[in-house]
Write a protein that binds this ligand. Structure first.
Ligand code: FMN
Length: 320
């Protein structure tokens, strides 16, 4: 089977690879049949230092999964998804099977159209307030996928969260292994993965939040005065829940894109066990923080590259 003979499958795979992933590692591969796509974790692309248990890679694969589902829905086909369908195949995270005809909703069409337009924007955002209805829409997007989006807008909580991000950023800056890993995925990495210089932002001139520095920028600029910071949380931290959290993260990012908003991540406190635990306590202690980002009105940036489909798609081996 040549997968490109199946247009819906090809469209869904092109959407899948546009998902965000830590350091643009694209930690996935896909096994396809005429009517199904399996999403697999590529262990060789999990960041050993900043993501030792692969949690962020699972989030990325969850995001790729939502893109597949939306692209299939936008192509007017039903689909059904099973998470972790086969304990004997640990790399297999999810299987999506195509079904019959589907009456696509306007929302599905808009979300699918946002997939190629979404990208991480590390530049300063405009000092323009994000209206309440868009914040509610982002919260609802997370709820649709069984997660929660906590807007960190109470002044004391925002300052405490920002201070935790700064502390984690400082600790990571002193960790040689972490810095080496980050450099390996930025400077001089392959041309179709890793974070290119064009995706970086200036250093914040003062301000509350430190943007992660992938490239040593000499330029510093003021960032927005009143950032909208959001933490995506889940009720537990099981593998299936991480996949669902990835879906929720992506639905939030796509609905933000749809509304003309930009986002950029602040994973520093998630990448040290003690600061992740502190963040959990800060937000009340019962839910698990999965990812943290800021939302706002950004100036246009540049999308990052992806590996070609041929590098990430394998034909599904036929059963004996
Ligand atoms: C779980 C996760 C954590 C991330 N953490 C950070 C981060 O801390 N800082 C950052 O600048 N980008 C972060 N990113 C964004 C990735 O670097 C980005 O998705 C990748 O380079 C692909 O670029 P794109 O989002 O523009 O498509 C994260 C992405 C994911 C999925």
């Amino acid at each position: 089977m040549i997968f490109t003979d199946f247009p819906v499958i090809t469209t869904a795979l092109k959407a899948a690879v546009r998902a965000p992933s830590p350091h643009n590692t694209q930690p996935w591969f896909f096994e396809v049949g005429a009517e199904e796509i399996e999403v697999h974790l590529d262990e060789d692309r999990v960041l050993r230092v900043c993501d030792p248990d692969g949690r962020e890679a699972w989030l990325a694969c969850g995001a790729a999964l939502l893109n597949i589902e939306l692209a299939i829905a936008a192509a007017r086909r039903l689909s059904s998804t099973e998470l972790l369908p086969d304990p004997a195949r640990p790399s297999l995270l999810a299987r999506v099977e195509l079904g019959g005809r589907h009456r696509t909703s306007a929302e599905e069409l808009r979300l699918a159209a946002a997939i190629p337009r979404r990208y991480s924007n590390r530049r300063p955002f405009a000092d323009q307030k994000v209206p309440a209805h868009l914040r509610v829409a982002a919260e609802l997007a997370a709820r649709t996928e069984g997660a929660w989006l906590l807007m960190v807008d109470e002044a004391g909580l925002l300052e405490a969260t920002a201070s935790l991000i700064r502390r984690a950023d400082h600790l990571l800056a002193q960790d040689d292994a972490y810095q080496a890993e980050s450099r390996a995925w930025t400077t001089g990495h392959g041309r179709d993965d890793g974070v290119p210089a064009s995706a970086g932002g200036p250093r914040p001139a003062g301000g509350l939040l430190p943007v992660r520095h992938f490239h040593e920028s000499e330029v510093s600029r003021p960032f927005e005065q009143d950032p909208v910071v959001a933490v995506l949380t889940t009720s537990d931290d099981r593998p299936q829940t991480r996949l669902r959290a990835g879906r929720a993260m992506q639905r939030v990012l796509l609905s933000a894109t749809m509304a003309g908003l930009s986002a950029s991540f602040y994973s520093q406190p998630m990448e040290i066990a003690s600061t992740r635990a502190e963040l959990r306590e800060l937000i009340g202690g019962d839910r698990y923080p999965q990812t943290l980002f800021r939302l706002g009105y950004g100036y246009p940036g540049v999308p990052t590259p992806r590996r070609p489909l041929e590098a990430v798609v394998r034909e599904r081996p036929r059963p004996e």
